[in-house]
Design a protein around this ligand. Structure first.
Ligand code: JB2
Length: 206
């Protein structure tokens, strides 16, 4: 029997990822969290096995690793964890939920999680270490750079380009063909109709 995946980060996003992993018929080996007070505890019955000091050892004992620290805004923690793994010869796996539709003509990079009810349409390319969260739509030929989070219900139109390390908040809409520069934060509910520079910060007022 397979040992299952090691999850890095044991908070809310990890709980959502467990649902995705189980739906894909995969197993969970355990979790690591930097918060050492979680050691010895569990998440949905899966043990918290250690902290980042044990990350590489535990990763090598497992069948694969997924970074399950979430990302609201900047991706720094997720990038650091992903790069630490790669530097140690461990390339994270990617996982798609049973209810996601990823076109066979699309690609999702290593370390990516595609959550329930997502559509990634023909010709779309999603970089490494991305979260495509519940109900998001990545339309045909769109490109999502490495280390991005497309949050719940966000809509990325056909041919859109999202630069690496960007965050698209819940329900954001990026119109067909628009480019969003790397390191951008597009807040929940924003509608982007024209190109944005690198590190754009956009927030919808209440
Ligand atoms: O460097 C780290 C690290 N940084 C934070 N290494 C490890 N191993 N763990 C780390 N963590 C851990 O991630 C924290 O100690 C904490 O247990 C967990 C973050 O949990 P939290 O529930 O605060 O957030 P999240 O990152 O799981 O989820 C956020 O992002 C998701 C995409 C939430 O805001 C969710 O609502 C959102 N859906």
């Amino acid at each position: 029997m397979s040992k299952g995946l090691l999850l890095v980060g044991a908070g809310g996003h990890a709980r959502s990822c467990i649902e995705v992993i189980e739906s894909a018929g995969l197993r969970v080996f355990g979790l690591v969290d930097r918060d050492t007070s979680m050691l010895g505890g569990d998440v949905f019955g899966y043990p918290v096995l250690g902290s980042d000091a044990e990350l590489v050892r535990l990763a090598k004992e497992s069948d694969g690793v997924l970074v399950t620290v979430g990302q609201i805004g900047r991706p720094k923690a997720r990038v650091t964890l992903y790069e630490t793994l790669v530097l140690n010869g461990i390339v994270p796996v990617n996982v798609s939920a049973s209810t996601a539709r990823v076109s066979p003509r699309a690609s999702v990079g290593r370390g990516g999680v595609v959550m329930h009810q997502v559509v990634v349409n023909a010709g779309a390319r999603v970089g490494v270490n991305c979260i495509v969260n519940t109900g998001a739509i990545i339309e045909h030929d769109a490109e999502i750079g490495d280390h991005c989070h497309v949050a719940i219900g966000a809509v990325v139109g056909g041919g859109v380009r999202i630069g690496a390390g960007s965050f698209l908040g819940a329900g954001a809409i990026i119109s067909h063909g628009v480019s969003v520069g790397p390191g951008s934060i597009i807040g929940a509910g924003c509608v982007v109709m024209s190109d944005c520079a690198a590190e754009t910060f956009m927030k919808r007022s209440a």
